[in-house]
Structures are given as C-alpha cells and as structure tokens.
Design a protein around this ligand. Structure first.
Ligand code: GDP
Length: 296
C-alpha cells in the first residue's frame, strides 16, 4: 500500500533529518521532491498545491528555522500536515440514535459496497455486540442480493430477503419495519451501483435517503481508481449528505493518492479502509497512523 509514495518521502525525510541547517535552497529541494512524490501517487493537483503551500509557510516559520534540529522539525511539519490532510482525528461509526441505526451504503458497482457491508456488520457484531440486519435494494442484479445474503451469513449477521421484482423503497420500508419489530441495533441498506455515475441511480438513492433518514450515509470507493475515485466522491458528495467515506482495496497495487485527496475534496471523514477480500480485511482509518506509514 502506497509503497512508492512511502519510498520517495522516506528518502526526503532521511535527507532532512540529517540537516543541521536549513536553507531556502534545501527547503525548496525538499518541497519539489514531496510535490513530485504526491503527484506520482495520483493525489489531485489542487490538493498537492494546497499541501505544499502549507508546509512551505511553516517551514519558513520560527518553529522550524529556529529549532535546534530543523530537519527533524520540518519532518514533524510534513507529518502533521499529512495527518490534517487525511482528516486529523479518526472517527468511527455514529450509532447515537434511537435503534435501529440505519446505515445507507452508496457507491459505484464494484466499489466493494456489499463486501464492506458484511465487514462492517461483522465488526459491529463482534466488537460492539450489536444485533445487525442487512438488506439489499439492488433490484437490477439478482446476483447482488444473493451475494449480500452469502456474505451476511458468512459474517454471522442477519439478512432480510428481497427480490428483483420489488421496488427499492418498498424493500427498504419493509426491512426497516422488520428491524424495528425485532429490536435490531443496526440495519445496513445496500444499494444498487452503476458502472458510472448515472442520474437514475442518484435519484433512487436520494429517495432512499429521504425515506430512511440514515444516521450514517457512507460512500464506498475503490482506492485503485486514483483520480476517478476523487471525481466520483465529489459527485456523490454533491448528491447526498454523506457522513463518511470508506476506501476499499488499499491492499492492492494502488498509488494511494485517493486516500490523500478524498477527505480534502469532500470534507467528509474516511472512516474505514478495506484491506482485503476476506471479511476480516477491514481497518479503522487513523489519519495519524497513516501519515506515519506513508513517511516510513
Ligand atoms: P459492490 O458492487 O460495490 O457491492 O462491490 P463488491 O462488494 O461486490 O466488491 C467487488 C469486488 O471487490 C469483489 O471481488 C470483492 O471481493 C472485492 N473487494 C472489496 N473490497 C476489497 C478490499 O478491500 N480489498 C480487495 N483486495 N478486494 C476487495
């Protein structure tokens, strides 16, 4: 994950740590290297520009120049700014509502919504002893409903059946009613994704949102998509009041720029990262730890 970025920034950091004195010249060299490393990792250009400007301002400030170990202080600035870029503090799922807490899953087809639904359900069941129900409103792909059933069973959580002949809103209403009557703590509503952003898909999920009033509306996105991940995140964020993002496939051969751009572009926290196909392949997203990992 993010190997290239880590290698490049690791080199910069190593060079800097050894610097007893910082000059305009070696600060510029460092910023150029960082800029290139970020662009190569597919971080969106406006994000890179903003990041570099912030580091530069602080690098030239007293905190760094006046420090006894300026190289080290500058590494600290880069670390803090990276953490900030990815959202500062980590934030888990918000379930603070009258149960059942409704969690609406959104994203394009193939992003990992169904897998992530089961991963999160398993997480809540095992770590927080929650009673979890899942339901699929994907009436366009019967296989998607079957898939949710299979992964829910594998995760040890309950599944509310639906069929391709039903309307998504009817499925959602029936599932919510079932969840209320059977005292579920959490209900995950998986939705239909398309291969690309599509008006009908957006209209449908907006209707589901209005009906369900979810406490969490999560956007699931494939980190391997790079810039496209950022564009898709922007579109969903404009259409829906998202409460968080889940980046999937961070275990893959991704350049990882999405992890650094998505928060900046949407203003919404990255709550979890998918790091494998198995249902255990889920990590809480900690910006601070991620920054440490990136800097090597
Ligand atoms: P959906 O269409 O959005 O519901 O996507 P799926 O849940 O069906 O996932 C699409 C594919 O991505 C499946 O083959 C999943 O196994 C795979 N997948 C999902 N999350 C991850 C992840 O974090 N890492 C890896 N390597 N594969 C994932």
């Amino acid at each position: 994950m993010l190997d290239n970025l880590t290698q490049r920034l690791g080199r910069v950091v190593k060079n800097l740590r050894g610097q007893a004195r910082l000059t305009d010249e070696n600060i510029s060299d460092m910023l150029r290297e960082v800029r290139m490393a970020l662009l190569e990792a597919d971080v969106a250009l406006p994000v890179v520009k903003d990041f570099i400007a912030r580091v530069k301002e602080k690098a030239l400030g007293q905190e760094v120049i006046g420090s006894l170990t300026p190289g080290q202080a500058l590494v600290g600035v880069v670390h803090r700014e990276l953490t900030e870029l990815m959202g500062g503090a980590s934030s888990g799922l918000n379930l603070a509502t009258q149960p059942p807490a409704v969690i609406l899953m959104s994203g394009l087809q193939g992003a990992g919504k169904t897998t992530t639904t089961a991963k999160l359900g398993k997480w809540l069941k095992e770590r927080q002893k929650k009673k979890v129900l899942t339901v699929s409103c994907d009436v366009y792909r019967p296989a998607a409903i079957e898939q949710l059933k299979a992964v829910s069973t594998q995760a040890g959580i309950d599944f509310f059946p639906s069929t391709a002949g039903q309307k998504p809103a009817d499925i959602a209403a029936a599932a919510l009613d079932h969840a209320k009557r059977h005292y579920y703590d959490v209900i995950f509503v998986d939705t239909a994704g398309r291969l690309a952003i599509d008006e009908a898909m957006m209209a449908e999920i907006k209707d589901l949102h209005a009906l369900l009033k979810p406490i969490e509306t999560l956007f699931v996105v494939d980190a391997m998509l790079g810039q496209d991940a950022v564009n898709t995140a922007k579109a969903f964020n404009e259409a829906l009041p998202l409460t968080g993002v889940i980046l999937t496939k961070l275990d893959g051969d991704s350049r990882g720029g999405a992890a650094l751009s998505v928060r900046h572009v949407t203003g919404k926290p990255i709550k979890f990262a998918g790091v494998g196909e198995k249902l255990t392949g889920l990590e809480e997203f900690h910006p601070e730890r991620m920054a440490s990992r990136i800097l090597g």
